[in-house]
Write a protein that binds this ligand. Structure first.
Ligand code: LCS
Length: 395
């Protein structure tokens, strides 16, 4: 394949990291299920440890199957390399742990995936790290929260579960001016819909559990960065902390990745039908989806995303109790946390994914008690719509 980096995203999704196995020519990358790799002689072992020979040493430090996945994501995001992680949270913690220390400060989106926020507020706090959580949908709030000791600006856009957007370009300028690095959690978009490194971010991470794997059967994460020195720092911490990927896990994610474009297109097309349907339904109080003209940042969505994605948040008239009626009575979306799979999932963030955030902080972050999160899958849109209609009629 000639210079894949110049090809369009759908070609990259299918071919990135796809080098036939050098030993056998196998087109599907083999699962190198080995914890360690033999050295031909003592000098080769020494050369590998010294970095003079790029061959493999030990799977925590690198594995041929995982290499292909890392190469694929780095290519799609425009990073200089990528680090496969045991989970999205392992990826998040690699970034936090590599960049934060005693006395350092983080400015972060207030509505982050619950544990991404909670670890800062609890665990990192124990090591003298402080964090300010702001409504980053107004970049001025990020600028105002910066301090001399701010080392990291950490964004989720769209945010989980409020689907607010943050202006990545504006925050890249703010972080740079303040001497901090910008990390974007790109889970809700996948590299197909948004590439923060191209907009000035320094680090991008994903929970690959979601759209990238897409089949609700693997938990995994990944970190990528633009600058080789920064990448080296992240890699060192990641490998020593140990939250790396298993080769079988990598193989499954690689298999899922190949259909990312097809799945995202279908789930997004379904969302573009369901979001207006919900918005026009008399029992629905509000809907937030970047593809709706009513989304407060619809224009920003068009300028930094290649599509509005496949997660919809909404509230029904009658609040939480009425929302529970919908959640308990839909037949196609499964009542389960997570998102980005081929099947639709529905959940209640205030009592589930974001329950660990104290109620007052949840409220301040607009994670209201009536918020229902619908992760739209690849079923038939008419079936999904009829199912939602039937559940709403039961209120
Ligand atoms: N970042 C975002 C934006 C997420 O949504 C999640 C998980 C993570 C990081 C952590 O990834 P994990 O370790 O689970 O692979 N979000 C979930 C959610 O919304 N429901 O269940 C998990």
């Amino acid at each position: 394949m000639h210079d894949l980096s110049k090809m369009r995203m759908h070609t990259k999704v299918v071919h990135a990291g796809q080098r036939p196995d050098p030993e056998t020519g196998a087109v599907s990358i083999p699962i190198y299920q080995s914890s360690t790799f033999r050295f031909r002689d003592a000098d080769e072992g020494a050369d590998r440890f010294a970095g003079r020979d790029p061959g493999h040493i030990y799977t925590r430090l690198g594995n041929p199957t995982t290499d292909h996945l890392e190469e694929a994501i780095a290519l799609m995001e425009g990073g200089c390399g990528a680090l496969g992680a045991a989970s999205g949270m392992a990826a998040v913690n690699t970034v936090y742990f590599a960049l934060l220390g005693q006395g350092s400060h983080v400015v972060a989106t207030e509505s982050l995936y619950g544990p991404s926020r909670m670890v800062l507020e609890t665990e990192y706090k124990r090591y003298g790290v402080s964090a300010t959580f702001v409504d980053s949908s107004d970049a001025q709030n990020v600028a105002r929260a910066m301090r001399p000791e701010t080392k990291l600006v950490y964004l989720e856009t769209p945010s989980n579960p409020t689907l607010k957007l943050t202006d990545i370009r504006a925050c890249a300028d703010i972080a740079r001016a303040g001497g901090a690095l910008l990390c974007v959690d790109n889970t809700f978009c996948s590299p197909l819909l948004q590439r923060p490194l191209e907009m000035g971010a320094d680090i991008v991470l994903h929970s690959m559990t979601k759209f990238i794997n897409g089949h609700t059967d693997v938990v995994a994460g990944i970190v990528t960065a633009r600058d080789p020195e920064l990448f080296k720092r992240l890699a060192k911490v990641h490998k020593n902390m140990g939250g790396t990927m298993d080769p079988h896990q990598s193989w499954l994610v690689l298999r899922g990745l190949r259909t990312l474009a097809l799945r995202m297109e279908k789930a997004q097309a379904n969302s573009l039908i369901l979001a207006p349907f919900l918005e026009n339904h008399p029992k629905v109080a509000w809907v937030r989806y970047p593809g709706l003209a009513s989304h407060p940042q619809h224009a920003l969505a068009a300028s930094q995303m290649d599509g509005p994605g496949a997660v919809i948040s909404f509230g029904v008239r009658g609040g939480l109790e009425a929302g529970k009626t919908v959640i308990n009575n839909v037949r196609i979306p499964t009542l389960a946390v997570s998102l980005g799979g081929i099947e639709s999932l529905i959940e209640h963030p205030a009592s589930m994914t974001h329950a660990g955030i104290p109620q007052a902080e949840r409220k301040a972050a607009d994670i209201t008690d009536d918020l229902v999160r619908l992760a739209v899958g690849c079923e038939d849109a008419a079936d999904l719509q009829a199912d939602l209609e039937r559940a709403l009629d039961m209120i």
